[in-house]
Design a protein around this ligand. Structure first.
Ligand code: BGC
Length: 769
């Protein structure tokens, strides 16, 4: 863990420039607006360590799989959201010498991410090798209002010289993905043009044929007014620029405004893209930087009004949660049902911007409580629409009769992860997709979803489990062999408790939903059964037999569920006994050593106890928690949040607080030494859960919200807003008790510490602690 950035409740601040942290800072200061996103690369040239990243939502490339030894059933491609044209670039030459912080003496450096208003600001003073000193102030944002646009204000002040200053704002589409499997470039040029103060580049992705037009418009300001300029237009392959030369005077500042738009053929006709992109930059330039920034602040104020979590008395904890909520809002707005949430959002290439089980297991609860119902519903429909491909995917692996295996990683429904342990074995993802349906219906009460979409998915998933689970004559029970559980530090294990449990739960839930749907609309049920050739008696008979006779690994003496058969044969050492120099294991140990060790990457048995907590008594949860937590290294970002929730449930406020800080500050403090690859966006929804489900103990019980608050000593109070079935509540938990404020007109009943509380529309109630 590092404490590189300064603590502030609304900002992340970097003071002084440390090139070793540059890639971490580029991730942490990333900007996005759901449609496009941008790492915090510098506008001017930088020849030091950097990971360039500009992303346009939904624009991806199926990169041909590269593995050491090909195996049947491997997906052909790994789809990745592409690094797209660089729209932020402004090259700066001072009397012919390039401004490049890697080659300058950095006299001062300050950067802040303003989360309240949604922008980054950077200022520095630097001295070039030839002794020229300049001051720069750059502000940039991806507009939430004009959501395909970004804007930059770049002010440069010569400090100790007179001479020629050349500013060359450009759009560069000659971009590579660092993770390209065959060092291929993924973009072809379609067209480009550049004039004195505007230009665009239109590019097409290879294979997928997406087109993106990136346009810029330039305005130069000195002494408060726009100045005329004559630029030299530059065109190269996939690149345009406008070279602007000015005579610089010491102490006199010059501001370049660069307005940019990224329009994709997903939303516009290809033939109109360039024209529309050019029109768009004209429109935003006419609006002006300050007006755009004011709109940005207002848009963020509106978001914070609904999404903010206020932690009083603990700035570090406050900064952590706001950073997570800020990044989630930058990544996914829920406005486009074709999009989903990549584990790194728009902050890096890792995980290819694709959809993982993270969405269902971690993100759905956040959107259920903080956004309109249709947002979570869209996330569910995304999988519904990909059901056909999930059935094809299962077929490819030898399953039949409509069994569906959803991919572990996908962009369009096809599997595109290319490690066998994950593609073929990490099948628990199917369970999370079914669980999200349950979670959505439990939260919203939208039973119609089950009839219209949910049941079809549930039957297909249950069909898969019923074929994947086999009969053991030796045990005279059903078993599930050769799987990888959520703990990816073990592969090809037998009877992973989590996977078996979620599989059996899926079949039980499917049976329950069949009953519900039949009762609600027998006609629709019959149509569905005919459509998918559902042999109800035989198939449900098989589900029931498995439910009755499934084997679950457990240890009677310890009173715990076993992560998998043979788990106790491992050498039982604990994380606290590992030397610090060995962590993170994934960077320090051989893979073979990791696989054989007892160390657990992320919640596995505990993930199951979290999802299905109502089935287990508190002592069972405690015994398993006490056994598994000390063996868990939390090297997946998805781990600490689940541990925080369970610790809070067990009343262990100290451990819950430690895990909360770890999950909420994972990227700011670079806990796992990997933030340089990008931020852990999907686990940020888990951070939200660790507060709302952890400290506030929020659950849905019999169609009502229920709270069991637990406040860390470090916090004076905790408050947040929750939308639930048409009502809007503000919850404030303090030492003196919990205040529930009903912000809606309708009357509401909630449970606080098990007690039913009725609150009239617009009313509020304090429940003593
Ligand atoms: C975790 C997976 C997760 C993936 C993407 C991996 O490190 O083990 O559970 O789906 O990251 O976040």
């Amino acid at each position: 863990m590092k404490e590189y950035f300064k603590v502030d409740e609304w900002k992340v601040i970097e003071e002084g420039f440390d090139p070793h942290y540059n890639k971490v800072a580029e991730s942490v200061f990333s900007l996005g607006n759901g449609r496009m996103g941008q790492r915090a690369n510098f506008e001017e040239a930088y020849s030091g360590e950097t990971l360039q990243g500009n992303y346009v939502a939904g624009v991806y490339y199926p990169d041909k799989t590269r593995v050491g030894w090909w195996k049947n059933g491997y997906p052909e491609y790994f789809a990745k959201v592409l690094n797209a044209a660089n729209w932020i670039g402004i090259d700066v030459q001072i009397d012919g010498e390039q401004l490049d912080l890697a080659k300058c003496e950095v006299l001062s450096f300050y950067r802040e991410l303003n989360m309240q208003e949604g922008y980054i600001k950077r200022s520095f003073k630097a001295k070039t090798a030839l002794g020229k000193e300049v001051g720069v102030e750059a502000t940039r944002f991806c507009s939430m209002v004009d959501d395909e646009c970004g804007a930059i204000s770049y002010t440069i002040t010569p400090l100790n010289f007179e001479g020629e200053l050349t500013l060359t704002p450009y759009i560069d589409g000659d971009i590579v993905n660092k993770d390209s499997n065959y060092d291929e470039k993924f973009w072809d040029e379609v067209s480009k043009s550049v004039s004195n103060d505007a230009g665009y580049v239109q590019l097409r992705t290879k294979k997928t044929g997406f087109e993106v037009a990136t346009a810029m418009k330039l305005v130069l300001v000195q002494d408060g007014s726009a100045i005329e300029f004559e630029s030299l237009p530059v065109e190269k392959e996939k690149y345009i620029a406008a070279e602007i030369k000015v005579q610089a005077t010491a102490g006199k500042s010059l501001t370049l405004y660069k307005y940019a738009a990224n329009l994709s053929s997903q939303n516009y006709d290809k033939a109109e893209l360039a024209e529309k992109a050019l029109q768009r930059v004209e429109t935003i330039a006419a609006k002006g930087f300050d007006a755009m920034l004011a709109e940005q602040a207002a848009a963020w104020a509106e978001k914070w009004k609904h999404n903010d979590i206020i932690i009083e008395g603990d700035a570090k904890a406050q900064q952590g949660i706001r950073f997570n909520i800020f990044q989630l809002n930058q990544t996914y707005t829920g406005e486009d049902d074709r999009l989903n949430i990549g584990p790194k959002g728009f902050t890096g290439e890792k995980y290819g911007g694709s959809t993982y089980w993270d969405t269902e297991a971690y993100c759905v609860p956040f959107y259920l409580a903080t956004a309109e119902q249709k947002v979570a519903r869209n996330l569910l429909l995304y999988r519904y629409k990909q059901l056909g491909k999930a059935i094809d995917n299962a077929k490819l692996l030898g399953f039949k009769d409509g069994a569906a295996l959803y991919p572990m990683v996908t962009m369009d429904g096809t599997e595109c992860h290319n490690e066998w342990e994950i593609t073929f074995e990490e099948i628990h993802r199917n369970g999370a997709i079914a669980f999200a349906i349950y979670n959505y219906v439990r939260y919203t009460g939208d039973d119609a979803y089950l009839t219209d979409y949910g049941l079809e998915v549930l039957i297909a998933i249950s069909r898969f489990w019923s074929q994947r689970i086999t009969w053991s004559a030796a045990k005279e029970q059903y078993v599930m062999l050769g799987v990888t559980g959520p703990n990816e530090y073990e592969n090809n294990v037998n009877n992973n408790w989590y996977t078996s449990t979620i599989a059996v739960w899926c079949m039980q839930y499917t049976l329950e939903v069949i009953g519900k749907v039949k009762q609600a609309d027998s006609g629709k049920y019959a149509t569905l059964a005919a459509k998918i050739s559902f042999e109800e008696a035989t198939e449900t008979g098989r589900f029931e037999d498995i439910i009755a006779k499934m084997y679950f690994a457990q240890d009677e003496k310890l009173g715990i569920f076993l992560q998998q058969d043979g788990f106790l044969d491992k050498e039982q050492i604990l994380v606290k006994d590992l030397p610090a120099a060995d962590r993170p294991l994934v960077q320090k140990w051989s893979w073979d050593r990791i696989l054989r060790s007892v160390f657990i990457k992320q919640a596995d048995v505990l993930q199951g106890l979290y999802f299905l907590e109502d089935r287990y008594d508190i002592d069972t949860i405690r015994r398993n928690y006490d056994f598994y937590e000390p063996r868990t290294v939390h090297e997946s970002s998805l781990s600490p949040c689940v541990h925080a929730i369970l610790a809070a449930k067990l009343g262990d406020v100290e451990r819950a607080y430690t895990f909360y800080l770890r999950t909420s500050r994972l990227d700011i403090d670079d806990y796992n030494n990997d933030t340089e690859d990008g931020c852990h966006i999907t686990s940020m929804a888990g951070t939200w859960m660790s507060v709302v489900e952890g400290f506030a103990g929020m659950r849905v019980k019999d169609g009502m919200l229920s709270f069991n608050p637990l406040l860390p000593d470090e916090w004076k109070a905790l408050s947040f807003q929750i939308g639930f079935r048409g009502s809007l509540l503000n919850i404030r938990i303090a030492k003196e008790g919990t205040t529930v404020k009903n912000l809606s007109e309708m009357d509401v009943v909630v449970l606080v510490n098990g007690e039913e509380i009725s609150i009239k529309g617009k009313g509020e109630m304090l429940v003593g602690s």
